[in-house]
Design a binder for this molecule. Structure first.
Ligand code: F0G
Length: 457
């Protein structure tokens, strides 16, 4: 059969509230034209993030009941530790309440003034935590990633030659870490190839720079390797994941993504001394080392989710369902980053809204028009999220203006997705009617979460 169906049945449902267009006009105004400030009940299809929004399985919910809530040494921790160790091979495993907690702990120890953290692309909280420590985060993206239309298979790769040059110019001692984000979220959800992981790893090992994997979407990345990289077609996703981690010195993961959990994360490392330092910080702000800010039931849900995510029927459906939206958009010639990523479709807002200049935030305009038209919530990944100011106050824009439509795992069905494509097509037809925005308030860091806007009339 050619039709790839959702590999699950639905046992428990949540109603969707259908707002009218008039209501949404009002709601958007009261949210200062920032979709992060809209109440979730006022959203019809919520594609803001794939983080913490997964539908857990019956097994995970059963695990929630089994969760051992002992303060120290709970059974749930040991089950969690065993699974993470099986997948990563790493011996020291530290639970945290979510990805950014792992980041804060790691960079508090390894970062600091005058240091660099190099990456294929740092996620926004990762960059913020690097910078908060005093270090500087630098993205060395592969050349193909700059072309949104290039159908290259591994556009998440790091530019290994640029890494080598950077280390030669600045000295290995100043590079505290290299981080490979798999898949590369801010770069379009694109995968990193095994060859690239190996090459980056060998540069790091030669220079004694620790390599960490930001493993939020490791299973999606492993599945892309299986599909696209020579020599991996016959290997299981588990074997591929295991190999990916074997080239790294440590990893951090937000379990809110590929572990189908609603909360949680971890740090895993090979170095016992580093683990010790991390645990000391963990105790101050997260919790005892066997729960790290989570409940026993969360650890249980993560342990089960990490095994479930490597199911290849699931991954086949997952990757295919994102491609499916892309194919629908192709029929209207709607610009998006190609090929489609593992967890999201990234609309090319710069081109979609090419009548709006970057300083009027075309991505924000596209996000807001999707909400107005069909109650869809996406997120701007462009000048609002990554824009900085030059000394003269001018906006410095990132290379692309994108809108990410992240697909929560196991939550929406094909008809929801058909509706999403229809709304995007409708907005595309009317795009010239939509205007840009100006900022009326912005906080000093991670401004996209709480910034306020007004439309430019
Ligand atoms: N690293 C990557 C690659 C991420 O995508 C995220 C979160 C984090 C780290 C931080 O993890 O949220 O558990 O603290 N990404 C979410 C997103 C928020 O919408 O892409 P966290």
């Amino acid at each position: 059969m050619n039709t790839i169906i959702e590999p699950f049945r639905i046992k428990s449902v949540e109603p969707i509230y259908f707002s009218s267009r008039n209501e949404r006009t009002d709601i958007l105004k009261h949210a200062y034209y920032n979709p992060f400030l809209i109440k979730a009940r006022d959203v019809i299809i919520d594609l803001l993030t794939d983080s913490g929004t997964s539908a857990m399985s019956g097994e995970q919910w059963a695990g929630v009941m089994r969760g051992d809530e002992s303060y120290a040494g709970s059974d749930s921790f040991f089950r969690f530790e065993k699974v993470v160790n099986e997948i990563t091979g790493m011996p020291f495993i530290i639970p945290t309440h979510q990805g950014r907690a792992s980041e804060r702990i790691l960079f508090s120890i390894t970062g600091g003034d005058g240091k660099y953290v190099l990456s294929n692309t740092l996620f926004d909280t990762t960059r913020a935590n690097v910078e908060f420590s005093g270090a500087e985060g630098i993205d060395l993206r592969c050349a193909e990633s700059n072309d949104p239309d290039a159908p290259a298979p591994f556009k998440g790769n790091m530019d290994a030659a640029a890494l080598q040059t950077f280390v030669e110019q600045h000295g290995a001692a100043r590079v505290s870490l290299v981080i490979l984000t798999v898949t590369n979220n801010s770069g379009g959800g694109q995968p990193v190839s095994m060859a690239n992981i190996k090459e980056v790893s060998s540069i790091c090992r030669a220079c004694r720079i620790p390599l960490f994997i930001d493993a939020c979407r490791f299973a999606e990345n492993a599945y892309f390797i299986k599909q696209r990289e020579r020599g991996y077609g016959m290997k299981s996703v588990f074997q591929i994941a295991r190999e990916m981690f074997s080239y790294a010195d440590g990893c951090m993961m937000s379990a809110k993504k590929d572990a189908f959990a609603n909360i949680g994360g971890f740090l895993a490392v090979w170095d016992e001394q580093l683990a010790e330092k991390c645990r000391n910080l963990l105790i101050i702000t997260e919790g005892f080392p066997t729960y790290g800010g989570l409940a026993g039931r969360d650890l249980e849900a993560i342990a089960i989710g990490l095994r479930e995510v490597m199911d290849e029927q699931y991954l086949r459906y997952r990757i295919r369902s994102i491609q499916y939206i892309g194919e629908k958009l192709d029929t209207f010639g709607i610009p998006y980053v190609k090929p489609t990523g593992g967890h999201a479709l990234y609309l090319n807002a710069g081109r979609f809204m090419d009548h709006i200049p970057v300083h009027q935030y075309p991505g924000q305009a596209l996000c807001n028009s999707l909400y107005l038209e069909g109650g869809i919530r996406g997120v701007e990944i462009g000048s609002v999220m990554f824009g900085k100011y030059a000394a003269d106050g001018n906006l410095l824009s990132p290379p692309m203006e994108l809108v990410r439509l992240a697909i929560p795992r196991r939550v929406y069905t094909q008809s929801h997705i058909d509706y999403v494509a229809e709304v995007i097509a409708e907005v595309y037809k009317k795009r010239r009617k939509f205007r840009g925005y100006r900022l009326t308030y912005e906080p000093p860091m991670l401004r996209h979460f709480t910034a306020r806007f007004e439309p430019i009339i």
